[in-house]
Write a protein that binds this ligand. Structure first.
Ligand code: ADE
Length: 238
C-alpha cells in the first residue's frame, strides 16, 4: 500500500488536516495511506515579531512574502524528502484531472501556501517551484487550494476507494462531464406535487443501450455546459 506524503509550508498549520481529516480522506489518513507534515513559515521569520513579509518594491498595496524566508522554510526539509515543489497560485497552470493523476503517483510533494499579496518571485525561481491554480478566482490564501489538490489526489491512491475504484466514466476521465444518476424511488413526487419518474431505459436491463444512453447524455451535457471540453473531445475523436 502506498504512503503518499505532502509537506506543507504554511503560516496556518492548524488549518490541516481540516476537511481532509473527515470521510474518505480521513479514513485513509488513519490507515496511513497518505500523510502530511507542516512547516510553520513563521518559525523562519525575522526579528522579535518573526516577520515573514515586507512591502513591495515599486510600491503598491499589500505585503510580499520574503524569498529568504521561503527558502529557509523549504530547506528545513531535506532535499530527498521534498519531491515536486508546488506553489498554489491563481497564476499557476490549471489543476486538471490529468495533473491530479500525475501528482497522485508521486511519492512526495511539497506545497507552499502563500498569504498576503504573494511571494517574492526570486523565491519561486531559485527553487524551480511549479505554480498551480485551482481555478480563475482568488482565494485569501493557498491553504484551501492545497486541500483541494490533496483531496483530488487522495481519492486516487491505492486502497482509498477499495472496490469502488474510480469509474472510467466519472467526469473528466473520458474528457466528458458525467451523465445524470438516479436511484429509488423510481416514481417520486416533490413537495410542490410534481411527479418525477426516471428514464425507462435505466430499468430495461439492456446494458449496451444504457451505456449508449449515458454516453449521449454525457455528450450533450458537455456540449451545453462546457464548450471548451466539447471542442477537445471532438478533436480527440477525429
Ligand atoms: N491562492 C489564491 N487563489 C488561488 C487559486 N485560485 N488557486 C490556487 N491558489 C490560490
Amino acid at each position: 500500500m502506498s504512503n503518499w506524503h505532502v509537506n506543507l509550508l504554511t503560516l496556518f498549520p492548524d488549518m490541516f488536516p481540516g476537511s481532509l481529516g473527515q470521510s474518505l480522506s480521513g479514513r485513509a489518513l488513519e490507515k496511513d495511506l497518505w500523510s502530511y507534515s507542516c512547516v510553520d513559515i513563521r518559525d523562519f521569520g525575522t526579528g522579535t515579531h518573526k516577520n515573514v513579509d515586507d512591502t513591495p518594491f515599486g510600491g503598491g498595496a499589500g505585503m510580499v512574502m520574503r524569498a529568504d524566508i521561503i527558502e529557509a522554510a523549504l530547506l528545513s526539509i531535506p532535499k530527498p524528502q521534498q519531491g515536486r515543489i508546488i506553489y498554489m497560485s491563481p497564476r499557476g497552470k490549471p489543476l486538471t484531472q490529468d495533473l491530479v493523476q500525475e501528482l497522485s503517483t508521486q511519492q512526495t510533494l511539497t506545497i507552499l501556501c502563500g498569504r498576503y499579496e504573494g511571494v517574492d518571485q526570486r523565491g519561486l525561481d531559485a527553487h524551480e517551484i511549479e505554480e498551480i491554480s485551482i481555478g480563475d478566482y482568488v482565494l485569501s490564501g493557498g491553504e484551501p487550494a492545497a486541500m483541494i489538490l490533496m483531496d483530488a489526489c487522495i481519492r486516487l491512491l491505492d486502497g482509498v476507494m477499495g472496490n469502488n475504484a474510480t469509474p472510467d466514466d466519472e467526469s473528466f476521465s473520458n474528457g466528458l462531464l458525467e451523465y445524470p444518476h438516479y436511484t429509488r424511488p423510481a416514481d417520486w413526487t416533490d413537495n410542490a406535487g410534481t411527479r418525477h419518474t426516471i428514464p425507462d431505459i435505466l430499468t430495461s436491463g439492456h446494458h449496451k443501450n444504457i451505456k449508449e444512453w449515458r454516453l449521449k447524455q454525457s455528450e450533450s451535457l458537455t456540449q451545453q455546459r462546457r464548450p471548451d471540453l466539447w471542442e477537445c473531445y471532438q478533436k480527440s475523436k477525429k
